[in-house]
Design a protein around this ligand. Sequence first.
Ligand code: NAD
Ligand code: TYD
Length: 354
Amino acid sequence: MSDFSKTILITGGAGFIGSHVVRLFVNKYPGYRIVNLDALTYAGNLENLVDVQSAPNYIFEKGDITDEARMQQLFDLYGFDGVIHLAAESHVDRSILDPLQFVRTNVLGTVNLLNVARKSWNGKFAGKRFYHVSTDEVYGSLGETGFFTEQTAYDPRSPYSASKASSDHFVMAYFHTYHLPVVMSNCSNNYGSHHFPEKLIPLMINNIKNKKPLPVYGKGENVRDWLWVNDHARAIDVIYHQGKDGEKYNVGGFNEWKNIDLVHLLCTIMDKKLNRQPGESASLITYVTDRPGHDLRYAIDATRLNRELGWTPSLQFEEGLEKTVDWYLANEEWINHVTSGDYKKYYEALYDQR
Ligand code: NAD
Ligand code: TYD
Protein backbone atom coordinates (compact mmCIF):
# COMPACT_ATOMS: atom_id res chain seq x y z
CA MET A 1 0.00 0.00 0.00
CA SER A 2 1.30 3.46 -0.79
CA ASP A 3 0.79 6.57 1.35
CA PHE A 4 -0.83 8.33 -1.58
CA SER A 5 -4.59 8.73 -1.98
CA LYS A 6 -4.41 8.03 -5.73
CA THR A 7 -1.84 6.93 -8.27
CA ILE A 8 -2.28 8.42 -11.73
CA LEU A 9 -0.52 7.34 -14.91
CA ILE A 10 0.15 10.25 -17.27
CA THR A 11 1.34 9.09 -20.69
CA GLY A 12 3.39 11.41 -22.90
CA GLY A 13 4.34 13.51 -19.88
CA ALA A 14 7.72 14.46 -21.35
CA GLY A 15 6.08 16.16 -24.34
CA PHE A 16 4.74 19.68 -24.71
CA ILE A 17 1.26 19.48 -23.17
CA GLY A 18 2.02 16.41 -21.05
CA SER A 19 4.84 18.20 -19.22
CA HIS A 20 2.46 21.02 -18.26
CA VAL A 21 -0.13 18.50 -17.06
CA VAL A 22 2.47 16.60 -15.02
CA ARG A 23 3.71 19.85 -13.45
CA LEU A 24 0.19 20.97 -12.55
CA PHE A 25 -0.78 17.61 -10.97
CA VAL A 26 2.53 17.11 -9.09
CA ASN A 27 2.37 20.61 -7.57
CA LYS A 28 -1.38 20.87 -6.97
CA TYR A 29 -1.95 17.35 -5.60
CA PRO A 30 0.91 16.35 -3.26
CA GLY A 31 -1.37 13.50 -2.07
CA TYR A 32 -1.39 11.93 -5.56
CA ARG A 33 1.46 9.83 -6.88
CA ILE A 34 2.07 10.82 -10.50
CA VAL A 35 3.76 8.31 -12.79
CA ASN A 36 4.93 9.80 -16.08
CA LEU A 37 5.28 7.16 -18.80
CA ASP A 38 7.00 8.29 -21.96
CA ALA A 39 8.95 6.63 -24.79
CA LEU A 40 11.13 9.76 -25.17
CA THR A 41 10.73 10.01 -28.94
CA TYR A 42 12.14 13.10 -30.69
CA ALA A 43 9.27 15.05 -29.05
CA GLY A 44 9.82 13.81 -25.49
CA ASN A 45 12.32 15.67 -23.37
CA LEU A 46 12.92 15.22 -19.64
CA GLU A 47 14.45 18.71 -19.54
CA ASN A 48 10.82 19.88 -19.69
CA LEU A 49 10.36 18.62 -16.13
CA VAL A 50 13.56 19.53 -14.28
CA ASP A 51 11.57 21.58 -11.76
CA VAL A 52 9.49 18.59 -10.58
CA GLN A 53 11.88 15.69 -11.13
CA SER A 54 12.81 15.45 -7.41
CA ALA A 55 9.29 15.85 -6.05
CA PRO A 56 8.39 12.98 -3.68
CA ASN A 57 5.12 12.29 -5.55
CA TYR A 58 6.69 12.08 -9.04
CA ILE A 59 8.08 9.04 -10.84
CA PHE A 60 9.31 8.73 -14.43
CA GLU A 61 9.08 5.42 -16.31
CA LYS A 62 10.41 5.02 -19.83
CA GLY A 63 8.21 2.84 -22.01
CA ASP A 64 6.22 2.53 -25.19
CA ILE A 65 2.42 2.50 -25.04
CA THR A 66 2.32 -0.17 -27.76
CA ASP A 67 4.30 -2.57 -25.51
CA GLU A 68 1.65 -4.70 -23.80
CA ALA A 69 3.98 -6.49 -21.37
CA ARG A 70 5.55 -3.22 -20.21
CA MET A 71 2.16 -1.54 -19.71
CA GLN A 72 0.87 -4.55 -17.76
CA GLN A 73 4.02 -4.54 -15.61
CA LEU A 74 3.43 -0.87 -14.73
CA PHE A 75 -0.25 -1.42 -13.91
CA ASP A 76 0.73 -4.39 -11.68
CA LEU A 77 3.49 -2.40 -9.97
CA TYR A 78 1.57 0.82 -9.29
CA GLY A 79 -2.12 -0.20 -9.28
CA PHE A 80 -3.17 2.93 -11.15
CA ASP A 81 -6.46 4.58 -10.16
CA GLY A 82 -6.49 6.72 -13.26
CA VAL A 83 -4.88 7.26 -16.63
CA ILE A 84 -4.47 10.59 -18.39
CA HIS A 85 -3.44 9.61 -21.88
CA LEU A 86 -1.52 12.18 -23.93
CA ALA A 87 1.21 10.07 -25.58
CA ALA A 88 0.88 10.42 -29.33
CA GLU A 89 2.53 11.33 -32.57
CA SER A 90 1.22 14.89 -32.85
CA HIS A 91 2.52 16.67 -35.95
CA VAL A 92 0.40 16.81 -39.15
CA ASP A 93 3.40 17.30 -41.50
CA ARG A 94 5.11 14.22 -40.07
CA SER A 95 1.88 12.23 -40.49
CA ILE A 96 1.92 13.09 -44.20
CA LEU A 97 5.49 11.74 -44.44
CA ASP A 98 4.85 8.54 -42.39
CA PRO A 99 1.17 7.70 -41.72
CA LEU A 100 1.85 4.19 -40.36
CA GLN A 101 3.82 5.53 -37.41
CA PHE A 102 0.67 7.47 -36.46
CA VAL A 103 -1.47 4.33 -36.71
CA ARG A 104 1.01 2.45 -34.53
CA THR A 105 1.26 5.00 -31.75
CA ASN A 106 -2.11 6.73 -31.81
CA VAL A 107 -4.39 3.82 -32.68
CA LEU A 108 -2.59 0.63 -31.58
CA GLY A 109 -0.99 2.34 -28.57
CA THR A 110 -4.31 3.70 -27.33
CA VAL A 111 -6.14 0.38 -27.81
CA ASN A 112 -3.29 -1.41 -26.03
CA LEU A 113 -3.62 0.93 -23.05
CA LEU A 114 -7.41 0.53 -23.00
CA ASN A 115 -6.99 -3.26 -22.97
CA VAL A 116 -4.46 -3.24 -20.16
CA ALA A 117 -6.62 -0.86 -18.08
CA ARG A 118 -9.71 -2.99 -18.66
CA LYS A 119 -7.89 -6.20 -17.74
CA SER A 120 -6.23 -4.69 -14.67
CA TRP A 121 -9.39 -3.05 -13.32
CA ASN A 122 -11.33 -6.23 -14.11
CA GLY A 123 -14.83 -4.77 -13.76
CA LYS A 124 -13.99 -3.00 -10.46
CA PHE A 125 -14.42 0.48 -11.86
CA ALA A 126 -15.34 2.47 -8.71
CA GLY A 127 -12.92 5.40 -8.40
CA LYS A 128 -11.24 4.54 -11.71
CA ARG A 129 -10.97 6.81 -14.75
CA PHE A 130 -9.39 6.63 -18.22
CA TYR A 131 -9.01 10.13 -19.69
CA HIS A 132 -8.17 10.37 -23.38
CA VAL A 133 -6.76 13.70 -24.57
CA SER A 134 -7.74 14.44 -28.16
CA THR A 135 -7.83 17.24 -30.68
CA ASP A 136 -10.36 19.41 -32.52
CA GLU A 137 -8.76 18.25 -35.78
CA VAL A 138 -10.97 15.11 -35.72
CA TYR A 139 -13.92 17.34 -36.71
CA GLY A 140 -12.32 18.25 -40.04
CA SER A 141 -12.27 21.68 -41.63
CA LEU A 142 -14.72 24.57 -41.21
CA GLY A 143 -15.66 27.20 -43.79
CA GLU A 144 -15.66 30.89 -42.91
CA THR A 145 -18.34 30.51 -40.23
CA GLY A 146 -19.54 28.07 -37.57
CA PHE A 147 -17.94 26.20 -34.67
CA PHE A 148 -17.16 22.62 -33.71
CA THR A 149 -19.47 21.44 -30.90
CA GLU A 150 -19.42 18.09 -29.09
CA GLN A 151 -22.16 16.98 -31.54
CA THR A 152 -20.21 17.79 -34.73
CA ALA A 153 -19.69 14.62 -36.79
CA TYR A 154 -16.09 13.47 -37.18
CA ASP A 155 -14.55 14.24 -40.59
CA PRO A 156 -10.76 13.85 -40.23
CA ARG A 157 -8.73 14.80 -43.29
CA SER A 158 -5.06 14.28 -42.42
CA PRO A 159 -3.37 11.02 -41.40
CA TYR A 160 -2.80 12.61 -37.94
CA SER A 161 -6.44 13.55 -37.42
CA ALA A 162 -7.62 10.21 -38.87
CA SER A 163 -5.47 8.36 -36.32
CA LYS A 164 -6.75 10.53 -33.45
CA ALA A 165 -10.37 10.08 -34.63
CA SER A 166 -9.85 6.33 -34.70
CA SER A 167 -8.45 6.34 -31.16
CA ASP A 168 -11.40 8.49 -29.97
CA HIS A 169 -13.85 5.96 -31.42
CA PHE A 170 -12.07 3.10 -29.63
CA VAL A 171 -12.21 5.00 -26.34
CA MET A 172 -15.98 5.47 -26.66
CA ALA A 173 -16.39 1.87 -27.83
CA TYR A 174 -14.73 0.68 -24.59
CA PHE A 175 -17.25 2.73 -22.62
CA HIS A 176 -20.28 1.34 -24.44
CA THR A 177 -19.05 -2.23 -24.77
CA TYR A 178 -17.14 -2.82 -21.52
CA HIS A 179 -18.38 0.10 -19.35
CA LEU A 180 -14.78 1.26 -18.93
CA PRO A 181 -15.07 4.65 -17.15
CA VAL A 182 -13.69 6.91 -19.87
CA VAL A 183 -13.80 10.64 -20.39
CA MET A 184 -12.40 12.60 -23.32
CA SER A 185 -11.64 16.13 -24.46
CA ASN A 186 -10.98 17.68 -27.86
CA CYS A 187 -8.83 20.78 -27.70
CA SER A 188 -7.80 23.46 -30.18
CA ASN A 189 -4.17 24.45 -30.99
CA ASN A 190 -2.04 25.00 -27.89
CA TYR A 191 0.87 27.39 -27.49
CA GLY A 192 3.30 28.15 -24.67
CA SER A 193 6.67 27.16 -23.27
CA HIS A 194 8.39 23.83 -24.05
CA HIS A 195 6.69 23.56 -27.46
CA PHE A 196 8.77 21.62 -29.99
CA PRO A 197 9.83 23.98 -32.82
CA GLU A 198 8.25 21.93 -35.62
CA LYS A 199 4.88 23.57 -34.83
CA LEU A 200 3.97 27.03 -36.14
CA ILE A 201 4.55 29.34 -33.15
CA PRO A 202 7.85 27.98 -31.76
CA LEU A 203 9.20 27.43 -35.28
CA MET A 204 8.51 31.08 -36.17
CA ILE A 205 9.98 32.36 -32.88
CA ASN A 206 13.14 30.33 -33.46
CA ASN A 207 13.47 31.43 -37.10
CA ILE A 208 12.80 35.11 -36.29
CA LYS A 209 15.48 34.97 -33.62
CA ASN A 210 17.96 33.40 -36.07
CA LYS A 211 16.91 35.65 -39.01
CA LYS A 212 15.89 32.59 -41.05
CA PRO A 213 13.02 32.60 -43.61
CA LEU A 214 9.54 32.33 -42.04
CA PRO A 215 7.80 29.61 -44.11
CA VAL A 216 4.09 30.47 -44.37
CA TYR A 217 2.11 27.68 -46.09
CA GLY A 218 -0.04 28.73 -49.06
CA LYS A 219 -1.43 32.25 -48.65
CA GLY A 220 -1.36 32.14 -44.84
CA GLU A 221 -5.15 32.38 -44.74
CA ASN A 222 -5.80 29.23 -42.73
CA VAL A 223 -7.32 29.91 -39.34
CA ARG A 224 -6.51 28.25 -36.01
CA ASP A 225 -8.01 28.79 -32.54
CA TRP A 226 -5.14 29.22 -30.06
CA LEU A 227 -5.19 28.32 -26.36
CA TRP A 228 -2.45 28.81 -23.76
CA VAL A 229 -1.13 25.36 -22.81
CA ASN A 230 -1.52 26.05 -19.06
CA ASP A 231 -5.23 26.69 -19.67
CA HIS A 232 -5.50 23.32 -21.43
CA ALA A 233 -3.80 21.68 -18.42
CA ARG A 234 -6.33 23.42 -16.12
CA ALA A 235 -9.16 22.09 -18.28
CA ILE A 236 -7.73 18.55 -18.08
CA ASP A 237 -7.61 18.87 -14.28
CA VAL A 238 -11.27 19.96 -14.12
CA ILE A 239 -12.49 17.31 -16.57
CA TYR A 240 -10.46 14.53 -14.90
CA HIS A 241 -12.07 15.33 -11.55
CA GLN A 242 -15.56 16.48 -12.54
CA GLY A 243 -16.32 15.28 -16.07
CA LYS A 244 -18.97 12.60 -16.59
CA ASP A 245 -18.12 9.05 -17.65
CA GLY A 246 -18.65 8.39 -21.35
CA GLU A 247 -18.73 12.11 -22.18
CA LYS A 248 -16.54 14.41 -24.22
CA TYR A 249 -15.76 18.10 -23.71
CA ASN A 250 -14.51 20.63 -26.24
CA VAL A 251 -11.68 22.90 -25.04
CA GLY A 252 -10.79 26.10 -26.89
CA GLY A 253 -9.80 29.70 -26.54
CA PHE A 254 -12.48 31.51 -28.60
CA ASN A 255 -9.34 33.00 -30.15
CA GLU A 256 -9.16 32.62 -33.92
CA TRP A 257 -6.17 33.87 -35.92
CA LYS A 258 -5.25 33.71 -39.58
CA ASN A 259 -1.72 32.28 -39.76
CA ILE A 260 -0.36 35.33 -41.57
CA ASP A 261 -1.79 37.75 -38.98
CA LEU A 262 -0.34 35.66 -36.18
CA VAL A 263 3.10 35.61 -37.82
CA HIS A 264 2.96 39.42 -38.22
CA LEU A 265 2.03 39.80 -34.54
CA LEU A 266 4.98 37.60 -33.53
CA CYS A 267 7.29 39.67 -35.75
CA THR A 268 6.09 42.90 -34.10
CA ILE A 269 6.59 41.49 -30.59
CA MET A 270 10.05 40.19 -31.46
CA ASP A 271 11.20 43.36 -33.23
CA LYS A 272 10.58 45.15 -29.91
CA LYS A 273 12.18 42.47 -27.72
CA LEU A 274 15.26 42.18 -29.94
CA ASN A 275 15.61 45.94 -30.55
CA ARG A 276 15.11 45.54 -34.28
CA GLN A 277 13.65 48.12 -36.67
CA PRO A 278 9.85 47.82 -37.06
CA GLY A 279 9.24 45.51 -40.06
CA GLU A 280 12.70 43.91 -39.95
CA SER A 281 11.46 40.47 -38.85
CA ALA A 282 8.40 40.58 -41.16
CA SER A 283 10.77 40.93 -44.12
CA LEU A 284 11.71 37.28 -43.44
CA ILE A 285 8.18 36.05 -44.29
CA THR A 286 8.34 33.61 -47.22
CA TYR A 287 5.27 32.02 -48.79
CA VAL A 288 5.94 28.35 -49.50
CA THR A 289 4.03 25.47 -51.14
CA ASP A 290 0.91 24.65 -49.17
CA ARG A 291 0.52 21.57 -46.97
CA PRO A 292 -1.43 18.88 -48.89
CA GLY A 293 -5.06 18.70 -47.65
CA HIS A 294 -4.49 21.76 -45.47
CA ASP A 295 -7.59 22.26 -43.24
CA LEU A 296 -8.88 25.81 -43.74
CA ARG A 297 -10.28 26.66 -40.35
CA TYR A 298 -10.67 25.21 -36.86
CA ALA A 299 -12.88 26.90 -34.25
CA ILE A 300 -14.03 25.28 -31.03
CA ASP A 301 -17.23 26.00 -29.16
CA ALA A 302 -16.17 25.40 -25.53
CA THR A 303 -19.49 26.51 -24.03
CA ARG A 304 -20.28 23.13 -22.49
CA LEU A 305 -17.06 23.06 -20.45
CA ASN A 306 -17.76 26.57 -19.21
CA ARG A 307 -21.45 25.96 -18.43
CA GLU A 308 -21.10 22.54 -16.76
CA LEU A 309 -17.65 22.64 -15.16
CA GLY A 310 -16.98 26.39 -14.88
CA TRP A 311 -13.73 26.39 -16.91
CA THR A 312 -12.69 29.51 -18.79
CA PRO A 313 -9.35 30.55 -20.36
CA SER A 314 -7.25 32.64 -17.97
CA LEU A 315 -5.03 34.58 -20.33
CA GLN A 316 -5.46 36.98 -23.28
CA PHE A 317 -3.62 35.83 -26.40
CA GLU A 318 -1.27 38.82 -26.79
CA GLU A 319 -0.15 38.45 -23.16
CA GLY A 320 0.33 34.69 -23.56
CA LEU A 321 2.30 35.17 -26.75
CA GLU A 322 4.63 37.69 -25.06
CA LYS A 323 5.20 35.29 -22.16
CA THR A 324 5.94 32.54 -24.68
CA VAL A 325 8.44 34.67 -26.62
CA ASP A 326 10.11 35.65 -23.30
CA TRP A 327 10.42 31.99 -22.35
CA TYR A 328 12.09 31.06 -25.66
CA LEU A 329 14.49 34.00 -25.47
CA ALA A 330 15.43 33.08 -21.89
CA ASN A 331 15.86 29.36 -22.63
CA GLU A 332 18.38 29.29 -25.42
CA GLU A 333 19.95 26.08 -24.08
CA TRP A 334 16.61 24.21 -24.30
CA ILE A 335 16.07 25.28 -27.90
CA ASN A 336 19.68 24.46 -28.83
CA HIS A 337 19.31 20.96 -27.40
CA VAL A 338 16.05 20.15 -29.18
CA THR A 339 17.15 21.61 -32.52
CA SER A 340 20.44 19.74 -32.72
CA GLY A 341 20.77 16.39 -34.52
CA ASP A 342 17.60 14.92 -35.99
CA TYR A 343 15.70 18.22 -36.06
CA LYS A 344 18.06 19.55 -38.74
CA LYS A 345 17.45 16.52 -40.96
CA TYR A 346 13.68 16.80 -40.49
CA TYR A 347 13.73 20.53 -41.24
CA GLU A 348 15.73 20.10 -44.44
CA ALA A 349 13.58 17.19 -45.65
CA LEU A 350 10.34 19.13 -45.14
CA TYR A 351 11.24 22.70 -46.05
CA ASP A 352 13.92 22.33 -48.73
CA GLN A 353 11.36 20.76 -51.09
CA ARG A 354 8.71 23.49 -50.52
P1 NAD B 1 4.14 16.11 -28.27
O1 NAD B 1 4.47 15.53 -29.63
O2 NAD B 1 4.83 17.33 -27.81
O3 NAD B 1 4.40 15.00 -27.15
C1 NAD B 1 4.04 13.65 -27.33
C2 NAD B 1 4.74 12.84 -26.24
O4 NAD B 1 4.35 11.46 -26.41
C3 NAD B 1 6.27 12.89 -26.33
O5 NAD B 1 6.82 13.10 -25.05
C4 NAD B 1 6.65 11.52 -26.88
O6 NAD B 1 7.92 11.07 -26.43
C5 NAD B 1 5.53 10.66 -26.32
N1 NAD B 1 5.30 9.45 -27.12
C6 NAD B 1 5.20 9.37 -28.48
N2 NAD B 1 5.01 8.08 -28.84
C7 NAD B 1 4.99 7.34 -27.69
C8 NAD B 1 4.82 5.97 -27.41
N3 NAD B 1 4.66 5.07 -28.40
N4 NAD B 1 4.83 5.56 -26.11
C9 NAD B 1 5.00 6.47 -25.11
N5 NAD B 1 5.20 7.78 -25.32
C10 NAD B 1 5.19 8.21 -26.60
O7 NAD B 1 2.56 16.29 -28.29
P2 NAD B 1 1.64 17.39 -27.59
O8 NAD B 1 1.51 18.53 -28.50
O9 NAD B 1 2.10 17.59 -26.21
O10 NAD B 1 0.24 16.63 -27.58
C11 NAD B 1 -0.13 15.78 -26.51
C12 NAD B 1 -1.50 15.21 -26.77
O11 NAD B 1 -2.45 16.27 -26.90
C13 NAD B 1 -1.59 14.40 -28.06
O12 NAD B 1 -2.43 13.29 -27.83
C14 NAD B 1 -2.23 15.36 -29.05
O13 NAD B 1 -2.96 14.67 -30.03
C15 NAD B 1 -3.13 16.16 -28.14
N6 NAD B 1 -3.41 17.55 -28.57
C16 NAD B 1 -2.40 18.39 -28.94
C17 NAD B 1 -2.69 19.71 -29.29
C18 NAD B 1 -1.59 20.69 -29.65
O14 NAD B 1 -1.89 21.84 -30.01
N7 NAD B 1 -0.32 20.36 -29.51
C19 NAD B 1 -4.01 20.15 -29.30
C20 NAD B 1 -5.03 19.26 -28.93
C21 NAD B 1 -4.71 17.96 -28.56
P1 TYD C 1 0.78 23.44 -36.78
O1 TYD C 1 1.46 24.18 -35.68
O2 TYD C 1 1.52 22.36 -37.50
O3 TYD C 1 -0.59 22.90 -36.18
P2 TYD C 1 -1.86 22.18 -36.92
O4 TYD C 1 -1.54 21.91 -38.33
O5 TYD C 1 -2.01 20.92 -36.13
O6 TYD C 1 -2.98 23.15 -36.75
O7 TYD C 1 0.32 24.50 -37.86
C1 TYD C 1 -0.55 25.57 -37.53
C2 TYD C 1 -0.89 26.29 -38.81
O8 TYD C 1 0.29 26.92 -39.33
C3 TYD C 1 -1.39 25.38 -39.91
O9 TYD C 1 -2.40 26.06 -40.63
C4 TYD C 1 -0.18 25.15 -40.79
C5 TYD C 1 0.59 26.45 -40.65
N1 TYD C 1 2.08 26.35 -40.75
C6 TYD C 1 2.78 27.19 -41.61
O10 TYD C 1 2.19 28.04 -42.32
N2 TYD C 1 4.15 27.09 -41.66
C7 TYD C 1 4.83 26.18 -40.91
O11 TYD C 1 6.08 26.11 -41.03
C8 TYD C 1 4.09 25.33 -40.01
C9 TYD C 1 4.82 24.32 -39.16
C10 TYD C 1 2.72 25.45 -39.96
